[in-house]
Design a protein around this ligand. Structure first.
Ligand code: OXD
Ligand code: MN
Length: 598
């Protein structure tokens, strides 16, 4: 328990409203984790997996109506609508609280309310931040045990008056005497994922899945933290963090912001194909960055686990993720084999002869259905990753040398572009885009702008967010700032085939970036930024044609000229909150393109 008056009051207020039968203060212990597993097994939520195949692991199947983050039910409830900006759903905070209070009224009847004190980031780190999630879901408790640092040590850091983010979560399915619990209780009619950035509160109702329910992740570490970061002069970003080590043992740290389904987890755990080079992982989804006393931007991974998309993960695409998830993990909405192991599409070339699918139905190859849901997940402790960096929990974070932005673009965007400076890099991030589908033969795919990969996660007006990025550079000397790069592994040839092999070969681009940071590699100025000079990319041992390399690094002047009006249109959305520096970056790009010889 705690002597923190405001925390005790919070728990009393919420239990008064939600009226659970019991309150359980989480201590974060292994016994507590095992208790959650037993409760889930008893309720029919989870199956314990074959101990000899996946020790200490469970298999969970959700309600088919509760399988992913619900962006259309996600709200930023700032006092002023314009502070939520054009990219968020907004609702008035008092009106939303009135609506939600009715839903939360008695919503935990018949259930236990768990009080989860958690730290995002190593407990006690100057970059870390504490939250308390109140939830009626043992699945959430078990996942929070893996994804965050939970327990008594967090209450100790909080002391009697420490600040914390207040999180309230209910699956929205009170139990009465009339019937047994559902295997995956949730509320089909009412789902709300609401953020109150000014009071640092999160109220989530009706969903038990992923980012809707594990409030430490997207809700706290990105939507609320982005507002805290703006107010306090640091950065909360949707970025992986990796450590790159050259054959001499020299280390550089890189972060990368990519929209979903662009291979962030794979890049964070990449196995380089160039002899002697190594990658170690610090984080795969979120980076919190603050300037250290030395003027370097230092990053921590606020999470303690990976909540990775399972389909497509294999020993070929990400051996380290497969090894990490070989034990003590939670598998949600995958398929299960008769031997009690897990399977998903893309895990192996050969499909198992029979399975029970994510909807509990028998499944055989060729039956025409996917065995795992496309958003099936593994929840795995980060410390189980074979290439986790020894310093991944350093409370002071790691100094960042380079920041990558990227997305899926079938054409126009080269393999790698270095920004001229921080302001130009901010411009590149603000225009980041990804194709929703790969280009069909001869036709360009549907383009979606996803600035800094934060479109669903920025807790305030994105125009102000860009201004915050620009302002960060005034906090240190220009030479101490990380360099900024835009990468695109997905450029295609005229036949729609990927030009670049990707995966482990991406280390060749990382190596060039490493050498640029060291002042050892050459680049050429182009209208869109700096690109590797011919021969600067290490392609030794890679079977790739000169033609493909030329195309990967070609600056398509006409294509870029056509891109300018699209960027203008994208910027119009932010109105007068778009910083003038970004307008001038766009005009400069236009001028450079107009002066270029195609
Ligand atoms: C995630 C996401 O789950 O970005 O990390 O959707
Ligand atoms: Mn993510």
């Amino acid at each position: 328990m705690t002597k923190h008056k405001k925390l005790v009051e919070f728990v009393e207020q919420v239990s008064g409203m939600c009226r659970p039968d019991r309150i359980h203060w989480c201590d974060g212990s292994e016994q507590e984790y095992q208790l959650m597993i037993r409760l889930m097994v008893q309720a029919g939520t989870a199956i314990v997996m074959n101990q000899s195949k996946r020790p200490n692991s469970i298999f969970v199947r959700s309600d088919p109506l509760d399988v992913a983050r619900v962006e259309d039910r996600t709200y930023i409830c700032s006092s002023l609508k314009e502070d939520a900006g054009p990219t968020n759903n907004w609702a008035d905070p008092s009106e939303m609280k009135a609506t939600l209070s009715k839903l939360f009224d008695g919503s935990m009847k018949g259930r236990t309310m768990y009080v989860i004190p958690y730290s995002m980031g190593p407990t006690g780190s100057p970059i870390a931040n504490i939250g308390v999630e109140l939830t009626d879901s043992p699945y959430v408790v078990a996942n929070m045990h893996i994804m965050t640092r939970v327990g008594t040590q967090v209450l100790e850091v909080l002391g009697t008056d420490g600040e914390f983010v207040r999180g309230l979560h209910s699956v929205g399915a009170p139990l009465d005497e009339s019937g047994p619990d559902a295997p995956w209780p949730c509320n089909a009619q009412h789902k709300y994922i609401c953020h109150f950035p000014e009071t640092r509160e999160i109220w989530s109702f009706g969903s038990g899945y992923g980012g809707n329910a594990l409030l430490g992740k997207k809700c706290h570490s990105l939507r609320i933290a982005s507002v805290q970061a703006r107010d306090e002069g640091w950065m909360a970003e949707h970025m992986l963090i990796l450590k790159l080590i050259n054959p001499k043992g020299l280390v550089r740290y890189v972060t990368g912001a990519f929209p979903s389904a662009c291979g962030k987890t794979n890049l964070a755990m990449l196995i380089p194909t160039i002899p002697g080079w190594r990658v170690e992982t610090i984080g795969d989804d979120i980076a919190w960055m603050k300037f250290g006393p030395d003027g370097r931007l230092r990053a921590i991974n606020p999470e303690a686990g990976f909540f990775g998309v399972a389909p497509g993960t294999s020993v070929l695409s990400n051996l380290n993720a497969i090894l990490a998830a070989s034990q003590h993990s939670i598998f949600t909405n995958c398929a299960i084999t008769p031997e009690g192991d897990v399977w998903w599409e893309g895990m192996s070339d050969e499909e198992p002869r029979e399975l029970s699918d994510w909807l509990r139905r028998p499944w055989t190859p060729g039956c025409g259905r996917k065995a795992a849901h496309p958003n099936a997940r593994f929840t795995t402790p980060a410390k189980q990753c074979p290439v986790i960096a020894p310093e991944w929990e350093d409370p002071n974070g790691v100094p960042i040398d380079a920041i990558l932005f990227g997305g899926r673009r079938a054409n126009i965007v080269p393999l790698v572009t270095e920004a001229f400076d921080w302001q130009h890099g901010t411009f590149l991030g603000s225009t980041a885009s990804s194709e929703t589908t790969a280009a069909a033969a001869g036709k360009v795919g549907q383009l979606r702008r996803d600035p800094m990969a934060m479109l669903p996660f920025c807790g305030y007006h994105m125009g102000d967010y860009f201004a915050h990025w620009l302002k960060m550079s005034s906090r240190t000397d220009a030479v101490k700032l990380p360099r900024i790069y835009y990468v695109n592994w997905f450029r295609q040839d005229a036949q729609g085939k990927f030009l670049w092999p990707g995966y482990g070969e991406n280390c060749r681009v990382l190596k060039w970036i490493f050498e640029r940071v060291n002042g050892e590699a050459d680049a050429i100025d182009t209208p869109i930024g700096r690109l590797p000079v011919p021969g600067a990319l290490d392609l030794s041992g890679l079977k790739i044609s000169q033609q493909a390399i030329d195309e990967l690094l070609r600056v398509d002047i006409d294509g870029w000229r056509a891109e300018v009006p699209l960027i203008k249109q994208h910027f119009e959305m932010f109105g007068d909150r778009l910083p003038r520096e970004l307008h001038s970056e766009l005009s400069r790009l236009e001028d450079r393109l107009n002066n270029a010889i195609p």
